[in-house]
Design a protein around this ligand. Sequence first.
Ligand SMILES: C[S@@+](CC[C@H](N)C(=O)[O-])C[C@H]1O[C@@H](n2cnc3c(N)ncnc32)[C@H](O)[C@@H]1O
Length: 200
Amino acid sequence: MARRRDLWTGAAPGANPFALPRGPLGWVAGRVLARTNRTQNAEVAGFLRALGGTSVLEVGHGPGILVELLARQYDTTVTGVDPSTEMVRMARGRNAEAVRAGRVRLWRASAEATGCDDASMDLVVSVNTVAMWPFLDEGLAEFQRVLRPGGRAVVTWHRYPPRFALTSEELDTVEAAMRKRFGAAERDRLPSSVVLSAAR
Ligand SMILES: C[S@@+](CC[C@H](N)C(=O)[O-])C[C@H]1O[C@@H](n2cnc3c(N)ncnc32)[C@H](O)[C@@H]1O
């Protein structure tokens, strides 16, 4: 298939096991993500709590740490999607009891096509995945589609270590794309993440 020129970072997942965990190495990457991103995911859960809302979709849930925190935080069903078969399996394992109880539902899908119904979510969040989306605006269009009017799109990224942070140009690109799609966007800095958010 011809490589599309509009890949927004030029850094499509390729062979990086953290960007799109696959196979045995992907499983190890998932274990590492669960440990190294726990504090950041807890911080994002706190940010979401302050926004209110009852229905939440996490896009690119990886090993399922934030899903686990959100399932404790919301009375309603928490939805998560990730294009990695290994990450869906790992997140289902981590949240097995909540999945069995119908409080968490997880399936394989990506930012561009989540499989969720139109206007079905109060919050759509994605942590450390936006650089892996091949097409930035297609992902944001999908967030807009599944959000209810007044719902909020929340896209976050690591601040540390600096080699994992997005450049200021990349953050500006995401913020500008959110502003274009939603009419306005905000940038917040949490201790370990940059948070870009916009209301539908
Ligand atoms: C660095 S991991 C972050 C996982 C988790 N959110 C965390 O903070 O630990 C990147 C995740 O993005 C997922 N991903 C890759 N391409 C994606 C896409 N186009 N849409 C949504 N998620 C994607 C990967 O499968 C992987 O689980």
